[in-house]
Design a protein around this ligand. Structure first.
Ligand code: SAM
Ligand code: SF4
Length: 345
């Protein structure tokens, strides 16, 4: 680890400590999930940040106290150098955790490389356990590959399953997922769908309703105590540092997580910024506002020191100006019109 004195633990103007960055490494995806890409023909082809550029940005982020990184996309495993990206970010002095989120389709063949690169954990997105429905939701025939990848992943990494429940599509599978999590030794988390990319909110399953149903089945449902400001390493490994709330089901003897962007606004504790695959920094998913690093990165007239200084300043600005909260419940205030795939989910 670098000497602590070199790192400023930066807070935004609402006094939130920002210590986490989600990095999209591609906008391409081999799935076309109906809720993420409602209009799959709009595949974008823009120039991606190179590995060196990504690492340069991360180095400056670490100096500002961002020590945890999530590699995402699009589908990050489509990027041939994804393991090298992980390795290079892990090698930056001061970096704590580098984790990755994937649809799992290509994961099995990449696991060894990712483990060697030092990856700290994997989130696999899986929205249904039924083969036909999997094809309908993702528009790909791949449930078998993803299930195999989950089995292999959990042998090497702390592995979580992210499930988006949609009304009228897969909402009744919630109990099947909880049981699947127990049987396969992975923590399942239910993510509320967010109306991005111009979609409407009717599909969102309210996690509060789900918790109510769980409480009816398990009256002794236990909520994990609120996170202490400095979570232990074991807590971080198991529960991460994100907005998920975790409940223990004493009867089923299993933990379940809920990420409730729509019905339990967690903005007060939001600790993250985002970097898109094309070099835009974003303080919040909900808004079109972004600060580009493109010009700085492509200006050949800059010395390396000056470039780093400018990136540092831009990161400081984005952290400081991070919006107070999202307004995803309000279509007019949701100025971001891109999908999660393009922003980096
Ligand atoms: N392709 C990778 C995957 O599926 O994990 C990484 C990118 S994907 C955009 C990251 C996460 O965002 C996935 O768990 C996906 O289910 C979720 N997601 C996509 N669109 C969403 C939406 N509109 N609301 C909530 N979650 C969404
Ligand atoms: Fe599905 Fe992830 Fe691809 Fe979106 S980015 S279509 S959620 S696999």
């Amino acid at each position: 680890m670098a000497a602590r004195a070199e790192i400023i633990f930066m807070r935004d103007r609402y006094n939130r400590e920002i210590n986490y960055m989600r990095i999209s490494v591609t906008q391409a995806c081999n799935f076309r999930c109906i809720y993420c890409q409602p209009n799959p023909s709009s595949q974008t082809a823009s120039s991606l940040l190179t590995r060196d550029e990504l690492v340069c940005i991360c180095r400056q982020a670490v100096r500002l106290g961002i020590t945890r990184f999530k590699i995402t996309g699009g589908e990050p495993l489509l990027r041939p150098d994804v393991a090298q990206i992980v390795r290079d970010i892990k090698a930056i002095p001061g970096v704590g955790q580098v984790t990755l989120t994937t649809n799992g389709f290509l994961l099995k063949e990449k696991l060894e490389e990712l483990a060697e690169a030092g990856l700290d954990g994997i989130n696999i997105s899986l929205d249904t356990l039924q083969e036909t429905r999997f094809r309908e939701v993702t528009r790909v025939d791949g449930l078998h590959q993803v299930l195999e990848a989950i089995e292999e992943s959990r042998k090497r990494f702390p592995t979580k399953l992210n499930v988006v429940l949609l009304k009228g599509i897969n909402e009744e599978e919630w109990l099947d997922f909880i049981r699947f999590g127990k049987e396969h030794g992975v923590i399942v988390r239910f993510l509320e769908w967010m109306p991005l990319g111009g979609s409407k909110t009717e599909q969102t399953v309210d996690n509060r309703e789900l918790i109510k149903l769980l409480r009816e089945r398990e009256p002794n449902l236990q909520k994990l105590k609120p996170k202490t400001p400095i979570a232990s390493d074991a807590e971080k490994q198991t529960f991460g540092n994100g907005p998920a709330e975790y409940y223990y089901l004493p009867r089923e003897k299993v933990w379940v997580g809920f990420i409730s962007a729509m019905h339990n606004r967690f903005c007060e504790n939001c600790n993250r910024i985002r970097l898109t695959a094309t070099g835009e920094l974003k303080g919040c998913l909900c808004y079109a506002k972004q600060d580009s690093l493109r010009e700085i990165l492509s200006d050949r007239g800059l010395t390396d020191n000056r470039r780093e200084e400018l990136i540092h300043k831009k990161l400081q600005k984005v952290i400081y100006e991070k919006p107070l909260m999202h307004h995803l419940e309000n279509q007019e205030k949701t100025t971001e019109k891109s999908t999660m795939k393009d922003i980096g989910g």
